[in-house]
Each structure stands twice: as structure tokens, then as C-alpha cells.
Design a protein around this ligand. Structure first.
Ligand SMILES: *[C@@H]1O[C@H](CO)[C@@H](O)[C@H](O)[C@H]1NC(C)=O
Ligand SMILES: *[C@@H]1O[C@H](CO)[C@@H](O)[C@H](O)[C@H]1NC(C)=O
Ligand SMILES: *[C@@H]1O[C@H](CO)[C@@H](O)[C@H](O)[C@H]1NC(C)=O
Ligand SMILES: *[C@@H]1O[C@H](CO)[C@@H](O)[C@H](O)[C@H]1NC(C)=O
Ligand SMILES: *[C@@H]1O[C@H](CO)[C@@H](O)[C@H](O)[C@H]1NC(C)=O
Ligand SMILES: *[C@@H]1O[C@H](CO)[C@@H](O)[C@H](O)[C@H]1NC(C)=O
Ligand SMILES: *[C@@H]1O[C@H](CO)[C@@H](O)[C@H](O)[C@H]1NC(C)=O
Length: 256
């Protein structure tokens, strides 16, 4: 009887171990709200020997560490460009972003349109081309010129697509960098700082590796490794628990 309890415990801990492993699926870091892309792993080369699947740190963890590196604020990206093309993109929200945000992502959009922005200062030009081919004088009103900038994207949806594609690339790179910054911070954190419990299970994963250099956890590239292929490992967790259970049942019938 006791031995069966023991076996059950072993099987349960086996199951817990299997399910506690990071997901094979790589995070897409697309603009979709985080909840749609959180049950996934962030991959990077670790100590040149492994392609490590890291748990993804969530927003609560990012806030606890005061790390925020998104190229475009995550809640706004969804409204501006839901996809890496013009589909459902908002020329109005894009114009507001380019006008009011001083980030490098907003500046990079300005640099794409020298008809509207000075090619070096990136300030709005004194005059900009109007939708009817007229010249719009911005010193009369800035608003007139920003309005023309918005209309430009309505008339040229392919340009909106080009901007969205560029913002997506920048956003993805920044979110990957952000996760690496979290890993580096957790690696250097004191292990008894309970305020960082919100960064589990990533924090435990980093502690378990007992790394000698935090630099090794903060890489963002794959090194010489190929992206993970998850088609094979689909459901392998369940399979290995099943195998474990079978083995233990066989063992128990042999010994008891
Ligand atoms: C968070 O980071 C920002 C910029 O890096 C800094 O200005 C601010 O003081 C930090 N806040 C805390 C609570 O550490
Ligand atoms: C935008 O950022 C640059 C450098 O980061 C700074 O010099 C400039 O004053 C900022 N402008 C505004 C309007 O915040
Ligand atoms: C900006 O435009 C001027 C005049 O057309 C040109 O001489 C200069 O090289 C340009 N600067 C950049 C950074 O492209
Ligand atoms: C723009 O308007 C200002 C003020 O009304 C005027 O001084 C300036 O000459 C105008 N610029 C152009 C290019 O028309
Ligand atoms: C956390 O651990 C460090 C070093 O191990 C120690 O100096 C510090 O007093 C500890 N802090 C708390 C709150 O226990
Ligand atoms: C983030 O993860 C921590 C630890 O697993 C959890 O307590 C917290 O609720 C999570 N936050 C969000 C926004 O999901
Ligand atoms: C992933 O592995 C499966 C099964 O081995 C294979 O059929 C598929 O072509 C692989 N995909 C890639 C992208 O390598």
C-alpha cells in the first residue's frame, strides 16, 4: 500500500517536471496582446553550446524590474499596426504616434518621408505636399500639415503597409532585447529578493543554471543553432509521463 503511494508520488513529480518545462513553441513577439503570445519560449544561444528555451517574463515581472524597452508602447502598437502590413492599420493613430512620440521608432518613420520631415533634424518641413497637389504652409498651422500626413496614408495604403512592416520588425527586436535584459537582471539579483517572485518560473530557471557570467543569459541570437522545430515534440510531455507510469507499474509488479 505504502509503496503504491510512493509510486504515485514519483509519477506525480515526474508529471510535474515534464509539464514544468518551457514550451517548445517560440514566442512570435507579434503585436497581438501579450496574453495571446505568452505560453511560449524565448530562444537564445547559451554558452555557445545550447539553444536555450527560456520562459518568457510577463508584464508584472517587467514592472517589478522596471524594464521597458518596447520600440512602440505595447498597448498602442496593437491599435496602430495590428499586422506587419496595412490591414486594419490606423492612419490616425500612426499620425498621433509620429507626431507625439519622440522614440527612435517614431523618428524612423519620419526619416522615411523627407517630403514631410527635414532629412536631418526630422522636424516638420516649413511646407508639405497636399493631397490635391497644392503646397501646404505649416507655419499657418501645424495641424494642417499633420492632417496631410494622415491623408497621405489613406491615399497610399502601400506606404502604411511599409511603415507597419518596419514597426513590426523594430518591435519584435526590442521585445527580444527586453527579455534578455530581464534575464540579465534576474541573474544578477539577490536570491532572497521576494519581490521578484513575480518573475517565476524564469527566475528559478536562471538560478538552476548557476551561471558564472550573466552575459551568457542575455544573448539574443541563436549562435550556430537552427530555430527549434516543434512539430515532433508535440505532446511528448504526455507521452513521457505515460511511459514513466508504464515503467513504474511494471517495476511494481516485479517487486511487490
Ligand atoms: C525606472 O527606470 C527609469 C528609466 O530607466 C528611471 O527613470 C526610473 O527612476 C526607474 N524607476 C525605479 C522605481 O527604479
Ligand atoms: C527628443 O529626443 C531628443 C534626444 O533623445 C531630445 O534632444 C529632444 O529634446 C526630444 N524632444 C522632445 C520634444 O521631447
Ligand atoms: C539631406 O539632404 C541634403 C540636401 O538634399 C543632403 O545634402 C544631405 O546629405 C542629406 N542628409 C542625409 C542625412 O541624408
Ligand atoms: C507661410 O506662411 C507664412 C505666414 O503666413 C509666410 O510668412 C510664409 O511666407 C509662407 N511660406 C510660404 C512658402 O508660402
Ligand atoms: C539577502 O541576502 C544577502 C546576501 O546573501 C544579505 O546580505 C541580505 O541581508 C539578505 N536580505 C534579506 C532581506 O534577507
Ligand atoms: C506573471 O507571473 C507571475 C508569476 O508566475 C504571476 O504571479 C503574475 O500574476 C503574472 N502576471 C500576469 C500579468 O500574468
Ligand atoms: C520539423 O520536423 C518534422 C518531423 O521530423 C519535419 O517533417 C519538418 O519538415 C521539420 N520542419 C522544419 C522546418 O525543419
Amino acid at each position: 500500500m505504502i509503496s503504491y503511494v510512493k509510486i504515485l508520488l514519483i509519477v506525480l513529480s515526474w508529471a510535474a517536471r515534464t509539464t514544468a518545462e518551457p514550451k517548445c513553441e517560440a514566442c512570435l513577439f507579434n503585436t497581438a496582446p501579450l496574453r495571446e503570445d505568452e505560453d511560449c519560449s524565448v530562444y537564445s544561444v547559451y554558452q555557445d553550446t545550447t539553444l536555450q528555451a527560456w520562459y518568457r517574463a510577463n508584464e508584472t515581472c517587467l514592472q517589478a524590474l522596471n524594464i521597458s524597452q518596447a520600440a512602440v508602447p505595447k498597448d498602442r502598437m496593437w491599435g496602430i499596426c495590428p499586422y506587419a502590413n496595412e490591414n486594419d492599420a490606423s492612419n490616425t493613430l500612426l499620425t498621433l504616434f509620429v507626431r507625439n512620440d519622440n522614440s527612435s521608432a517614431a523618428q524612423s518613420v519620419r526619416s522615411m518621408y523627407p517630403e514631410f520631415f527635414h532629412n536631418e533634424t526630422l522636424e516638420l518641413n516649413p511646407t508639405v505636399p497636399g493631397a490635391q497637389g497644392q503646397i501646404v504652409n505649416c507655419s499657418v498651422s501645424d495641424d494642417l500639415c499633420w492632417n496631410e500626413f494622415g491623408i497621405f496614408f489613406v491615399l497610399n495604403p502601400e506606404e502604411l503597409g511599409r511603415v507597419c512592416s518596419q514597426l513590426h520588425v523594430a518591435q519584435k527586436a526590442s521585445l527580444i532585447q527586453e527579455q534578455a535584459a530581464v534575464r540579465e537582471a534576474l541573474c544578477g539579483a539577490t536570491t532572497n529578493d521576494t519581490s521578484l517572485d513575480v518573475c517565476q518560473p524564469l527566475w528559478q530557471q536562471i538560478q538552476d543554471l548557476s551561471v558564472n557570467s550573466c552575459e551568457s543569459v542575455s544573448r539574443v541570437d541563436y549562435g550556430s543553432f537552427l530555430p527549434p522545430n516543434c512539430t515532433e515534440s508535440e505532446g511528448s510531455g504526455v507521452a513521457s509521463v505515460g511511459m514513466g507510469m508504464l515503467t513504474l507499474t511494471l517495476l511494481s509488479s516485479l517487486f511487490y
